[in-house]
Design a protein around this ligand. Structure first.
Ligand SMILES: [Fe+2]
Length: 246
């Protein structure tokens, strides 16, 4: 089975459109979404509509989905994130707001094969930035393969019986073969707001039969997404960071 793994889209219609156009000629069976469909960008309804059309879909909520749909107040958000979330809440159609609100809390198990979480499978709002956090998650969970999002950069943590290693990808398409006896925490990166210093949209395809994961980086119309953010009256830093990838 081949899974298209999407995360942290953040209302960026240009980036999601480019990703879906790019994968049109690739074979994939199911879409898996790791949360944060909305928040930050200027096209919340368009991105929710696009994802809703992708079936079959396994999806979980992110912290921005919770605040934008009114499940949480956003008191932990910084000023820019909160302003964007409140704007998004006002813009969402009732149908899309209810759909976002109903996204299940992670972790979820996909096809009895692998796990997905937004932050970590222990705490949906916690971050995995480095090996110490990854090691703590490995110790507290049973999953052999778990995909996660939230930190907005693509990375693979691999736990063998005697060491943990980090793989940071820099290629436009990076295929990584999974080994037996090794456990993995894999972040496909962010589609709508990458934060690894590379502005290209990031996503993954996981082939569970190989097994192997490929992380892709693709260009999209950043200037268009930026001008929509400014036209909507959203905070300028949200537009600026898209060009910087951080
Ligand atoms: Fe996010």
């Amino acid at each position: 089975m081949r899974y298209l793994i999407l995360s942290d889209i953040h209302s960026n219609h240009e980036a999601l459109s480019a990703v879906l156009k790019h994968v049109r000629r690739k074979r994939w069976d199911k879409v898996v979404f790791l949360g944060d469909l909305v928040g930050y960008g200027a096209n919340p309804n368009q991105t929710v509509d696009m994802l809703r059309k992708l079936r079959p879909l396994v999806g979980i909520r992110g912290n921005h989905d919770k605040v934008c749909s009114g499940l949480e107040s956003g008191e932990m958000f910084n000023r820019v994130a909160l302003e964007a979330a409140m704007w998004t809440r006002r813009k969402l159609t009732r149908s899309n707001l209810l759909w976002l609100k109903a996204l299940p809390k992670g972790p979820a198990i996909v096809d009895q094969s692998f796990a997905i979480s937004h932050g970590t499978p222990v705490d949906e709002d916690a971050y995995i930035f480095g090996e110490i956090e990854a090691l703590n998650v490995f110790r507290r969970t049973p999953h052999e393969v778990c995909f996660f999002g939230h930190s907005h950069f693509p990375v693979i943590f691999a736990l063998s019986p005697d060491a943990i290693t980090t793989v940071l990808t820099v290629a436009p398409a990076f295929r990584y073969k999974l080994q037996p006896g090794v456990r993995y925490l894999i972040n496909p990166g962010s589609i709508g707001q990458p934060r690894d210093g590379n502005p290209l949209a990031s996503f993954a395809i996981y082939d569970s039969d190989a097994p192997a994961v490929t992380i892709y980086r693709i260009a999209y119309r950043v200037a268009e997404a930026q001008s929509k953010i400014l036209k909507a009256g959203l905070p300028r830093p949200l537009a600026d960071r898209l060009a910087l990838g951080r």
